[in-house]
Write a protein that binds this ligand. Structure first.
Ligand code: UDP
Length: 330
């Protein structure tokens, strides 16, 4: 199989490239290195079946050659993070919506056998039902969530209208080695690991009793391959760990002092995927327990040595636009 992975130098994309190579595929990673990193590719950069194309999906001219003869396209390229999406929604639209359209056209022109899209569980916003099924109401709370959902709508539309054999995976709180260590205030693991390394307290939001469906990145990579190998088309699947864990539980595993910061507007008290559909239709199940996943993060903690160390004041300043815009309605 020949696979193209957009966002292949990113956190999840690089794990997917690595697993595809292990399974005997030829892999072309397409990445513009805006948030992707060379270091993520290091374990397989010199593999004979791996090639890297430094290209922005927003500028598709010249990309068709990289998609030629591709069997599978995995579309993971995109902009993440909430605060920058509130401040620069046009960039998120260009990359996550228009960029997805470009990749769909490239895949269609190449006649690929499977197209798998990395969607986000943030489309559910603050849901009414737990565990949350794929049929739950769509309620994006901020431009990142909206643009990832719009990308998913494009994918499903291309499946329907152009018979592109496409699937979408709604990922729940993915964590693991190679998650981002720089830039904007973001996912909780990177924030806490940098704080631990520097002997600073963990900035726990609210009372820490909120829970997240933390899903380990290698399990997510396996879900992408299970999707590519299936015969299903035009279908959406939740990808979750089968459980949900409080921030206080995470802190107790990491060990160390805590400081409390205000609850953020628009964020759910719980994320928890209903995974019955992916388990039954794709025969996928998560394999890494939360305890083992956290242990692997601690073993890799030196990766966060240069990461920004957030404190309550820094987070207050960094999330000002979040509170201003999303707090207005509450
Ligand atoms: N969180 C926290 N302290 C932080 C950052 C996040 O307690 O400094 C909590 C946050 O309230 C949420 C969980 O960690 O319950 C996951 O947050 P993240 O931003 O990683 O993901 P999301 O909120 O988008 O699910």
């Amino acid at each position: 199989m020949k696979a193209v992975v957009t966002g292949g130098a990113g956190f999840i994309g690089s794990h997917l490239c690595e697993l595809l190579l292990q399974q005997g595929c030829s892999v072309t990673a397409v990445d513009n290195f805006e948030t992707g990193r060379e270091s993520n590719l290091a374990p397989f950069r010199d593999h004979a079946r791996f090639s890297l194309v430094n290209h922005d999906i927003c500028e598709p001219d010249g990309l068709a050659v990289s998609f030629r003869d591709a069997d599978w396209v995995f579309h993971l390229a995109g902009l993440a993070d909430i605060v920058p999406s509130i401040e620069k929604p046009d960039r998120y639209f260009a990359c996550n919506v228009r960029g997805t359209l470009n990749v769909l056209q490239l895949a269609r022109d190449a006649g690929v056998k499977r197209f798998v899209y990395a969607a986000s569980s943030s489309c559910y916003g603050i849901p009414d039902i737990f565990p949350t099924p794929e049929t739950a109401e769509i309620r994006p709370q901020y431009p990142y969530a909206l643009t990832k959902r719009m990308g998913e709508e494009l994918v499903m539309h291309w499946a329907r209208v152009y018979q592109l054999p496409a699937l979408s995976l709604r990922l729940f709180n993915v964590y693991g080695p190679r998650s981002r260590t720089t830039g904007a205030y973001g996912a909780v693991f990177g924030v806490f690991l940098a704080q631990k390394l520097n002997g600073k307290p963990y900035t726990v939001v609210g009372d820490g009793e909120q829970t997240r469906d933390f899903t380990f990145v290698t399990d997510v990579a396996r879900a992408f391959i299970a999707a590519a190998e299936s015969e299903r088309v035009e279908r959406i699947y939740n990808v979750g760990s089968g459980n949900h864990y409080s921030i206080n539980r995470l802190v107790s595993l990491l060990e160390g002092p805590v400081s409390y910061i205000p609850k953020r507007p628009g964020e759910p008290d719980c994320t928890f995927a209903d995974t019955r559909r992916i388990r039954s239709e794709l025969a996928w199940a998560p394999a890494v327990s939360f305890e083992d996943g956290v242990a692997q993060m601690l073993a890799a903690i030196q990766n966060w040595a240069g990461a920004p160390v957030w404190d309550a004041e820094g987070i207050k300043a960094a999330t000002a636009s979040w509170f201003r815009h999303l707090g207005a309605k509450s």
